[in-house]
Design a protein around this ligand. Structure first.
Ligand code: AMP
Length: 414
């Protein structure tokens, strides 16, 4: 299938060609025709699947086919996203895919002063992309009026739930006109989320792409059994290899993320840290340094890494395994297999993380190759397979995973 087959209009096809996309991704193929027909939609897809273009392209088309004059404070389209980074990226996507069209768009999120955001929404925009807190704040101050809204997108709803935004989101939705087209996107669909979807959508079409199957297949995964005290030494050894060009490292806490970035910097490895305690300008600077290649390493916590859209991440390193929420493992390694690219993920597994590792392996339905510590002197000596696996310390099932059964089913690769 081509983008032309999706009946997209010429200015969009031109913008798509400029991006070098040759064919729609599965979520685009499935979602675009329904959205163009005016249907409400539930999309189960995670970042990296092309989900942003799956709603931005048809919404731009629908708006251009029924032009409306700009109304100050009153957007036609509202996209709500959980993080500032994701909101900024969605806003950029509107600029990219709409570069041959005339329309106005803006983004609002917290952590920066509201002046510029208030000025641009006061003049009027077609598209507003926002995080829930700042949007609600500006609505309460009377700067945003959603009475004339036509299209609503809620992106990464499961993250919004995790981050405690659902009450804010419900408040925002209570102010919207009932006659509207709504699109609801989430990487997982636990019961709480499908109940919310039911209250928001009218006879929705459900489209689903299975990211796990692709992610798990595309990423070369390796685990190193380490002593907690040696993690930083092992990390430094890994980073000696030059093919680790653009590396995203995950740490369990903000403090650990900071420490790792500091230790790497002290060793002459250009590293940035990104987490919730950083100011917006620090986060933007860190991300820009990483994207431009000025910093080779970005150390992040799970929440901060949400919505980071960097295409060329060559390696993901789990400095810590996501012991509290094992499904994050798949989100993390998916960062290095964006839009069909191949990547490598290393996991440093200390003894207290072995149970989590077993749960991850049962989730992705495969054993992760074990890499011996001698890798730094001779990569060919990688010990692969269960033989190098230390004996289990605890019985499977002693630790409860945070995922419900429905999530697990969703994550199983086919
Ligand atoms: P998303 O899942 O929206 O975060 O998109 C992931 C990445 O895929 C982005 O960097 C997009 O630029 C890219 N992308 C989106 N659609 C396509 C496509 N049809 N072909 C190739 N790359 C795409």
């Amino acid at each position: 299938m081509t983008f032309k087959d999706l009946k997209l209009i010429e200015p969009l096809l031109e913008a798509i060609a400029k991006q070098g996309y040759t064919a729609p991704t599965p979520i685009q193929e499935q979602a675009i025709p329904h959205i163009l027909q005016g249907r409400d939609l539930i999309g189960i897809a995670q970042t990296g699947t092309g989900k942003t273009a799956a709603f931005v392209l048809p919404l731009l088309q629908l708006m251009s086919q029924s032009p409306r004059r700009i109304i100050p404070k009153s957007p036609r389209t509202l996209v709500v996203a959980p993080t500032r980074e994701l909101a900024a990226q969605i806003n950029e996507s509107f600029a990219t895919y709409g570069s041959f069209m005339r329309f106005r768009h803006t983004v609002m999120f917290g952590g920066v002063s509201q002046g510029a955001q208030v000025r641009s929404i006061s003049k009027g925009v077609d598209v507003l992309v926002a995080t829930p807190g700042r949007l609600l704040d500006l609505m309460n101050q009377g700067y945003v009026n959603l009475n004339h809204l036509e299209f609503l997108v809620l992106d990464e709803v499961d993250r919004m739930l995790d981050m405690g935004f659902i009450v804010d989101v419900k408040r925002i939705i209570s102010k919207l006109p009932t006659h509207r087209q709504s699109i609801f996107l989430s990487a997982t669909m636990p019961q709480k989320i499908s109940e919310l979807a039911k209250t928001l959508l009218r006879h929705p079409v459900r489209v689903e792409v299975d990211p796990q199957a692709t992610t798990v297949k595309l990423v070369q995964q390796k685990v190193l059994f380490v002593d907690e005290r040696n993690k930083i030494t092992i990390l430094l050894k890994l980073l000696k290899h030059e093919d680790l060009k653009c590396v995203l490292i995950f740490a369990r806490t903000k403090r650990r993320a900071n420490n790792v970035a500091k230790l790497l910097t002290n060793q002459g490895i250009r590293a940035e840290a990104i987490h919730g305690n950083k100011s917006q300008s620090q986060r933007t600077r860190a991300l820009d340094n990483f994207k431009s290649g000025h910093a080779r390493v970005l150390v992040a916590t799970d929440i901060a890494a949400r919505g980071i859209d960097v295409d060329d991440i060559s390696h993901v390193i789990n400095y810590d395994l996501p012991v509290d929420q094992i499904d994050n493992y798949v989100h993390r390694i998916g960062r290095t297999a964006r839009a069909g690219a191949r990547g490598t993920a290393y996991s440093l597994c200390a003894s207290y993380e072995r149970n989590a590792l077993r749960e991850i392996e049962s989730l992705i339905k495969m054993n992760i190759n074990v890499m011996s510590h001698s890798f730094h002197s001779n990569t060919a000596r990688d010990a692969v397979g269960a033989a190098a696996r230390p004996p289990p310390k605890q019985q499977r099932g002693q630790r409860r995973s945070n995922m419900n059964r429905q999530d697990k089913r969703h994550y199983r690769s086919k």
